[in-house]
Design a protein around this ligand. Structure first.
Ligand SMILES: [Zn+2]
Length: 145
């Protein structure tokens, strides 16, 4: 991996290399929804492992292409409405990842009823574990306002 790739990789979200360089946000469709797809497989990215195309030499994309795609993705993440962002496949996959990693229980009361992942820091498109919190619906109305 050359130095530019290394720099690019450092900028990508941790835990989720599939989310990053090969993703595109498509849309909006007739319902103003956006969809995130792997630009290579044309599928929803896999959450837990690096895709086999992660090595740039397996794509025909240049480092610049990847850079632009990623920046584009980040920009779109910030541009779309927050509620749309929360409906995106990117968020869905990220959220499932967090829930699976930390257990499906509220970080405040350990309840497993109606838990969801909430942002502490809205680093949309580039959030990491520290930017989100798992809360049940009851605690979310207490703490997340
Ligand atoms: Zn709770």
């Amino acid at each position: 991996m050359n130095n530019k790739n290394k720099v690019l990789e450092d900028k990508l979200p941790k835990n989720c290399c599939t989310f990053c360089s090969h993703l595109s946000l498509e849309g909006p469709d007739e319902n103003y929804r956006y969809y995130i797809k792997c630009i290579i497989t044309n599928e929803i990215p896999r959450p837990s492992d690096c895709c086999k195309y992660f090595n740039q030499e397996h794509t025909n994309l240049t480092t610049n292409d990847l850079d632009y795609l990623y920046l584009d993705f980040l920009e779109t993440s910030l541009r779309i409405k927050y509620e749309d962002y929360r409906k995106s496949l990117y968020w869905k996959v990220f959220k499932d990842n967090i829930l699976n990693k930390y257990g499906h229980s509220c970080s405040q009361c350990n309840s497993t009823n109606n838990v969801d992942v909430y942002h502490i820091n809205k680093k949309l498109g580039r959030e990491s574990d520290e930017d989100v919190i798992i809360l049940c619906s009851e605690c979310s109305s207490k703490y997340y306002k």
